[in-house]
Design a protein around this ligand. Structure first.
Ligand SMILES: C[S@@+](CC[C@H](N)C(=O)[O-])C[C@H]1O[C@@H](n2cnc3c(N)ncnc32)[C@H](O)[C@@H]1O
Length: 299
């Protein structure tokens, strides 16, 4: 399912924490900056442009269109976020035509408040260029709904992640070109949610790293991605990485439900016209996205 379609189906003020990483539109930026009709396959002067091959998205929008879409997505996240919620957006400086382009260009066009940022030190880079320092870092923008303090639990972070630079090596997940590391998602969730009633969202869920971290930390979670293939990767990861075991306390809750989970609409359904390409993962603790199990919990 498309990100905006999925987000529009969510109610206002229903999400505690968003951890997400959008496509970077590197090819689209290069085309727009240089005036080329097609981004070149090989190297192009003054550009880091190692191409990312996604399942269904070309990462090649006109840059103005990309920034408009990103602003619209951030505004939807602003709407669905609770008053004290936080959006953690992973993005990076892009380089095209001997110029650096920062994500703050579109972040500051949105309604979200730029509260802070973390430098994610990956310690390595696929972008080597003699004319520039090798870029080994990306950003995690900490965005809030208002200029008031968000829910923030710094003391729950491991000591090494209490400063504004996080050193975490990239991880590989078979079948997805650019997953972020589980530790990164765990840090964001620990810093911005307090308990098992919290709702975590990833609107570009990919292989489901954020959802996996939320599941591990026993938060409710919702994932949206345009690719059905990536949803299957997430389901495989649940089995492989977590053994799909349900924590004892949760099994008890399901047998004797005590609390009403956060009120949410029915899961957005995959579009009828594009069944193979659409995917929404809506999941409560310990469940893959099955509407039936969601309803069972609500009763
Ligand atoms: C940078 S990746 C996210 C990776 C994810 N953090 C992980 O750990 O696997 C961006 C994701 O956005 C998805 N995507 C791209 N355009 C989209 C759109 N319009 N709507 C929904 N998802 C989209 C891609 O399929 C891709 O999986």
């Amino acid at each position: 399912m498309d990100v905006l379609e999925g987000l529009r189906a969510l109610p206002d003020c229903s999400v505690d924490c968003v951890v997400t990483s959008s496509p970077y539109n590197k090819r689209g930026l290069l085309r727009s900056v240089t005036g080329l009709q097609h981004a070149p396959k090989g190297n192009y002067p003054g550009t880091w442009h190692k191409r990312i091959h996604y399942d269904t998205c070309s990462d090649d929008l006109d840059e103005d269109e990309y920034q408009e879409q990103m602003t619209e997505v951030l505004n939807e996240l602003h709407r669905v976020l609770k008053e004290d919620g936080t959006v953690w957006l992973n993005h990076k400086a892009r380089r095209a035509g001997f110029k650096e382009h920062m994500p703050t260009d579109f972040i500051q066009k949105s309604k979200l408040n730029l509260y802070g940022h973390v430098v994610w030190n990956l310690k390595r880079s696929v972008n080597q260029h003699v004319g520039f320092l090798t870029p080994v870092h990306e950003y995690l923008y900490q965005l809030t709904k208002t200029a008031r303090p968000p829910a923030f639990f710094k003391h729950r972070l491991p000591l090494e992640f209490r400063s504004s630079v996080w050193t975490i090596k990239p991880e590989r997940v078979k079948g997805h070109p650019c997953p972020f590391p589980l530790q990164l998602a765990e840090n964001c969730i620990l810093a911005s949610t307090s308990n098992r009633d919290s709702v975590v969202l990833d609107c570009y869920a990919g292989s489901g790293t954020t959802l996996l971290a939320a599941k591990k930390l026993q938060r409710h979670f919702i994932g949206i991605d345009v690719s059905a293939k990536y949803r299957r990767i997430f389901e495989r990861r649940c089995k492989d990485d977590l053994g799909e075991q349900q924590p004892q306390q949760q099994q008890e809750e399901e047998r004797h439900p005590q609390k009403t989970p956060p009120q949410q609409p029915s899961p957005p359904q995959p579009s009828q016209s594009e069944p193979a390409r659409s995917s929404t993962m809506r999941i409560t603790r310990g469940h893959t996205a099955r509407q039936q199990s969601w309803k069972r919990q609500k009763r």
